[in-house]
Design a protein around this ligand. Structure first.
Ligand code: G16
Length: 549
């Protein structure tokens, strides 16, 4: 069988690539201005269909979202049959296809791909897709559907939903009717799975206090609205920032990225959060979560992905011990360079910790090497993976005492509560609340596990961010030449100083992270390194941001 060249050609001509643009499958797929993505999404649909054929017709997912980015951006990413991110080698194919200048070049690239990856074109192709609430979503869904028609793939539209729900659906569809069934392949099935596990885990615990949930005016609000009534007896939640129809509202002064980057409450949350109360913020597609509370002096305290990792890993380790499995089940942590130095130190004293490059795909793969792999980015993106063998152990171990039986039951419930396909803000929220309910921790007690080193994240706009190349899990620059030496020189002047620079894979900026023993010093170091990066990249002196030193 050969490619339906004529049909692809007809459709591809309607979705021509803008000649002046080039695209890159980055940290989380393609991501740029939504109005420029028509050809990319069309081609991604064809690639997803080919990936499905390569997997013998198993369903592949496509998510149209730009997550934390501004509302005018959009993006697209491919999900593998088990619900994880696209294999790295195929990211290169995606980039090649997206950049083929003409329809003829696209056909040639597709033919090369089919040959090189030995795709049997007679296999069926199944794709499930969804989008977030961005205004550019419907047009891009139409581009995607044209791509599926062009190659004759069958598609299932999961509608407007969160990234984690789409990942859940992919795995559920592919495991339907098997002994590894992941769940019922619907939003209701997802909610049922999470809430049943949650209720089991908090049975006999007093109900949690009211939790404020900032939905970033994004798609998370839709799922959170359905979740809230199911759990209201055990976890009352109040939703904030759920305006899905207000133009420009998405992620604006709200959401996980705003809180983590600006290290303050969204103004809408500040109006209602009371001293001692907990709140959390989702991001635009609900795959990240950041917690916070106000201390007794009314000061904002951040509980980020690092704090979530510390809290949840300790709980899992405790359960594993109570279950009598500490010698056979290895729990490990995966972080990125953004992890606060204090969190890394705290965790390393207790568990094996690995540092990998930014991007869920890197963390996810590293976490698979442990029996239980806890991975969180500091920005609140993360989950816990349990190996198949470990889940079997939890289910089949004969308990010798009631305490051991309870621990084993809790561990099994955790494997149900946690969305193991990808970081999931709502699943992570329930996980955090389970631990807090068990430990009877307040926000302040959770916070006191370790004290964060003051830190600052800075974005630098440069002419060409691809000039910045890194090594050592993005902790050091190899290019531009000489810049790392200058950063090292600066860092040495600060007590507990650390700083690194890397190009973003989702925004057109270079990111600078810095931490130091004292707040003023962390800021100073970040703004000095920011200035260095700006100057080194040939930034216009007249437009140099005034905070850069
Ligand atoms: C995506 C990725 C995350 C990453 C974030 C920022 O998140 O899934 O792993 O931390 O982008 O990446 P970068 O610094 O390369 O821009 P999201 O929530 O935007 O999909």
């Amino acid at each position: 069988m050969t490619l339906p060249v004529e049909t692809i050609t007809q459709y591809a001509d309607k979705h021509a690539k803008p000649s002046e643009l080039s695209f890159q499958y980055g940290t989380a797929g393609f991501r740029t201005l939504g109005s420029t993505l028509d050809s990319v999404v069309f081609r991604v649909a064809i690639l997803a269909a080919l990936r499905s054929k390569k997997h013998d017709g198993r369903t592949i997912g496509v998510m149209i979202t730009a997550s934390h980015n501004p509302e005018e951006d959009n993006g697209v990413k491919i999900v593998e049959p088990r619900g994880d991110m696209l294999e790295a080698a195929w990211e290169v194919h995606a980039t090649n296809l997206a950049n083929a200048p003409t329809t003829a070049d696209l056909i040639a690239s597709l033919e090369t791909l089919v040959q090189a990856t030995k795709i049997d074109l007679s296999k069926p192709a199944n794709v499930v897709y969804a989008s977030d609430t961005r205004p550019s979503g419907p047009a891009l869904v139409a581009s995607l559907e044209d791509g599926l028609r062009a190659i004759g793939a069958s598609g299932r539209n999961a509608g407007i939903t969160t990234t984690p729900v789409l990942h859940y659906l992919v795995r559920s569809i592919n495991t339907k009717g098997t002994e590894d069934s992941y769940g019922v392949d619907s939003e209701e099935g997802y909610l049922e799975k999470l809430t049943t596990a949650y209720k089991k885990l908090v049975a006999n615990r007093p109900p949690s206090p009211l939790l404020l949930v900032d939905c970033a005016n994004g798609v998370g609000a839709l799922i959170a609205r359905k979740l809230a009534p199911i759990i209201q007896d055990v976890l009352p939640i109040r939703l904030i920032n759920e305006s899905l129809d207000t133009p420009g509202a998405l992620n604006k002064n709200s959401g996980a990225d705003f809180v983590k980057t600006s290290q303050k409450l969204p103004p809408s949350v500040a109006e209602v959060l009371r001293s001692g109360q907990r709140g959390c913020s989702l991001d635009g597609d609900a795959d990240r979560i950041i917690y916070y509370y106000l201390d007794e002096r009314g000061s904002f305290r951040l509980l980020d992905g690092d704090k979530i990792a510390a809290l949840t890993a300790a709980f899992i380790v405790e359960l594993v011990k109570l279950a009598g499995l500490e010698s056979s089940v290895r729990v490990g942590i995966v972080q990125t360079a953004y992890a606060n130095g204090a969190s890394t130190k705290y965790l390393q004293e207790r568990l094996p910790v690995k540092c990998v490059a930014t991007g869920v795909k890197h963390l996810h793969h590293a976490a698979e090497h442990y029996d239980v792999g806890v991975y969180f980015e500091a920005n609140g993106h993360g989950t816990v993976l349990f190996s198949d063998e470990t889940v079997k152990t939890f289910k089949t171990t004969e308990p010798q005492s009631p305490a051991q039986a309870t621990a084993l039951e809790h561990l099994v419930s955790l494997t149900q509560l946690i969305n193991q396909t990808v970081g999931d803000a709502l699943s992570d929220m329930l996980l955090v609340e389970v631990v807090l309910a068990h430990k009877t921790y307040t926000g302040a007690e959770w916070d006191s596990l370790y004290v964060d080193l003051p830190n600052r994240l800075v974005k630098v706009s440069v002419a060409d961010r691809t000039a910045f190349k890194t090594e050592d899990a993005e902790r050091r620059l190899t290019s531009p030449a000489g810049l790392q030496g200058k950063i090292d020189e600066l860092v040495n002047r600060y007590q507990s100083g650390r700083s690194f620079v890397r190009p973003s894979g989702t925004e057109d900026v270079v990111r600078v992270y810095a931490e130091a023993a004292i707040r003023g010093q962390a800021d100073e170091l970040a703004y000095r390194v920011g200035g260095l990066v700006y100057d080194e990249a040939g930034g216009d002196p007249a437009k140099r941001p005034k905070e850069f030193l």
